[in-house]
Design a protein around this ligand. Structure first.
Ligand code: UDP
Length: 325
């Protein structure tokens, strides 16, 4: 059985759907602080916090867990700057508790949800896995610390792990069963689509004076279903004992904020009002993955290769969620 922490969240819930489709048995754990209970598609669900060591112990006692996929974490960069303590507790201490329960119960396989935020401002593009790691926020630092903890546990205790470094997760389950739902929403594509739907007056572009072709930031958007698939492949590779410590998950193609807005206008057929604002502190000008290692070693190939396709699934979900689909 596979324990998925953060199984009610955006990427966790899509990964559970992918695992179930492959016939894996899954138990989800989530404290429901940001996740949604109805997104958990497996039967077994435990509402618990990683800071609750007793609850965690019980999960490992109650279920025959062989592997863990660990998503549960606080993920808002801005909030991590304002309140680092909750990030270090939830993310780092929570992970230590999880690893400790795994050790007690002899569980030795973990796929870890990491982030491109571990790299900080890139020195060159696209970014390979061995690029220097200089995270710019407490959030990014927690992700890097957790990777380092896993490396130490692997050396000392024979823990098998893989860290998956996501670039910009986007899109939603094409079947419309689950989708992206953050409250408050801070991510570009859902914000632009909410403006298309009339739920916001406009989209504010955070910075138009970057040293990029159109002056706005560039990001590598990767479909959440492709991310979910990568977790299944990484777990299988880990079980074969042949996984690398980390893989970048992105398409290798960057799109600017303006391009995203234009694509959303094309997909929705609606005009989206835009306001040009100042830069958002901490944003690197461009982040684009070099996903060669995941392609080569995991045989991973994104199915949603174009931004249009990604936005189209996000739009279908947005319409459905707001009762317009
Ligand atoms: N962005 C923007 N307006 C918004 C939200 C985001 O211009 O309302 C920009 C943001 O500055 C960044 C890009 O869109 O350059 C992607 O931001 P998001 O928060 O979606 O993901 P991040 O790259 O921070 O993980």
């Amino acid at each position: 059985m596979i324990l998925v922490t953060g199984g009610a969240g955006y990427i966790g819930s899509h990964t559970i759907k992918a695992l179930l489709a492959r016939g894996y048995r899954v138990v989800a754990l989530d404290n429901l602080s940001t996740g949604r209970r109805e997104f958990v598609l497996c039967e077994d669900f435990v509402e618990a916090d990683l800071l609750d060591r007793h609850a965690l112990e019980k999960v490992f006692r109650d279920y025959p867990i062989r592997s863990v996929i660990h998503f549960a974490a606080k993920t808002a960069v801005g909030e991590s700057v304002e309140n680092p303590e909750i990030y270090y507790y939830n993310n780092v201490v929570g992970t230590l508790n999880l690893l400790s329960a795994m050790r007690t119960h002899g569980v030795k396989e973990i796929v870890f949800s990491s982030s491109a935020a571990v790299y900080g401002d890139p020195e060159s593009l696209p970014i390979p896995e061995d690029h220097p790691k200089r995270p710019k926020s407490p959030y990014g630092r927690t992700k890097l610390m957790m990777e380092e903890i896993l490396a130490d546990y692997a050396r000392a205790y024979g823990m098998g792990y893989v860290a998956l470094r996501y670039f910009n997760a986007a899109g939603s389950d094409p079947e419309g069963v689950i989708g992206e739902w953050h409250d408050p929403e801070t991510h570009l594509i859902p914000i632009v689509l909410e403006a298309a739907l009339g739920l916001r007056d406009h989209v504010e572009i955070f910075g138009t004076d970057y040293n990029t072709p159109d002056g706005t930031c560039i990001r590598d958007f990767i479909h959440v279903v492709d991310l979910a698939e990568a977790h299944v492949l990484a777990l299988e590779r880990l079980r074969e004992g042949a996984a690398s410590p980390a893989y970048n998950l992105g398409t290798g193609v960057g799109h600017s904020v303006r391009e995203v807005i234009e694509t959303c206008e094309r997909v929705t057929g609606r005009e989206i009002p835009v306001v040009e604002g100042p830069r958002r502190p901490g944003d690197p000008p461009a982040l684009v993955a070099d996903p060669t290692r995941a392609r080569r070693e995991l045989g991973w190939e994104p199915c949603f290769a174009s931004l249009e396709e990604i936005v189209a699934t996000a739009w279908r979900w947005m319409l459905r969620r707001h009762g317009r689909g």
